[in-house]
Design a protein around this ligand. Structure first.
Ligand SMILES: C[S@@+](CC[C@H](N)C(=O)[O-])C[C@H]1O[C@@H](n2cnc3c(N)ncnc32)[C@H](O)[C@@H]1O
Length: 263
């Protein structure tokens, strides 16, 4: 794994902490500042070049709405947050949003979840949380971790800000593995257009970061691996691309968006 990938959890926290202080922004995440304070200056510098803070906040509020609807409609027994980072939804969402008996499983690397355990103890959440240390590139490890925790369950999966760091073959493998879990499953995840991925990769290079973002031209990586796309919400960057007229975004068919998938 690129050693800077876990740093993106801090960048997301910085974005949410700044959005929380901005009265013009709908997002309120009172937990984000705890993690944002720990963001190394070299990592924080990346945000100056990408201008992506408002995009993260918009993505998070879009996903909040989709997730709240899915929790109500699907009443999952297990909610799995892949690349959970410092996401505080089990603390931040209305406690009544969680269906009775629902358990939360958060998956990320140990260096992130160790910090999270310290600053956001599972015992203070509205729902039972288990934190699973696992590198998502190793699908055998993921299978061993998640299969026993999801057997026979109605499953709701989330991957926010994660898939854009996976090359398409890795994404396809992850989608195939996830399609094998639970009795039924829904999955909410965001995706970038190939144009946006190129722009963001160039911007992070400009800030001295080696992070590479990957865009998608279509949803084949999901649909060829057991998932069907039920719904799509455009992110603000996609709206800008579209309103900019012909020629802008011409090479990408999938806009920056949040997908709701079903198996
Ligand atoms: C942009 S952050 C988003 C975090 C979280 N989803 C949120 O919205 O606050 C991406 C997260 O994915 C995690 N991640 C990236 N690659 C991973 C991998 N191969 N295995 C486990 N976690 C990974 C990072 O550690 C980081 O926490």
């Amino acid at each position: 794994m690129n050693e800077q990938l876990p740093a993106t959890a801090y960048l997301t926290a910085v974005a949410r902490a700044e959005a929380t202080l901005d009265p013009a922004c709908d997002l309120v995440d009172e937990y984000a500042a705890r993690f944002a304070e720990l963001c190394p200056p070299s990592v924080r510098a990346i945000t100056a070049h990408t201008g992506g803070l408002s995009v993260v906040a918009a993505r998070t509020t879009t996903i909040d709405a989709m997730l709240t609807r899915a929790l109500e409609r699907r009443a999952p027994g297990v909610f799995v947050n892949l690349g959970a980072g410092f996401d505080a939804r089990p603390y931040r969402l209305d406690p009544g949003a969680w269906p009775p008996g629902c358990r939360v499983v958060e998956v990320d690397v140990a260096s992130i979840l160790d910090v999270k355990d310290r600053l956001l103890p599972p015992a203070e959440a509205a729902v039972p949380i288990e934190r699973v240390r696992c590198d998502l590139r190793f699908l055998g490890d993921l299978d061993r971790a998640l299969r026993p925790r999801t057997e026979g369950e109605r499953l709701l999966l989330l991957a926010e800000g994660l898939l854009t760091y996976l090359p398409e073959p890795q994404l396809a493998g992850l989608a195939r593995t996830l399609a094998g879990f639970g009795a039924s499953a829904s999955w909410i995840c965001d995706a970038l257009s190939t144009d946006s991925a190129r722009v963001l990769t160039r911007a992070s290079r400009g800030a001295g970061s080696k992070l590479t973002m990957y865009g998608l031209t279509d949803v084949r990586a999901f649909e060829e691996n057991g998932w069907r796309c039920e719904d799509i919400s455009l992110l603000p960057t996609a709206r800008v691309q579209r309103s900019a007229g012909p020629g802008v975004g011409a090479t990408s068919q999938l806009p920056d968006c949040v997908l709701s998938l079903r198996r």
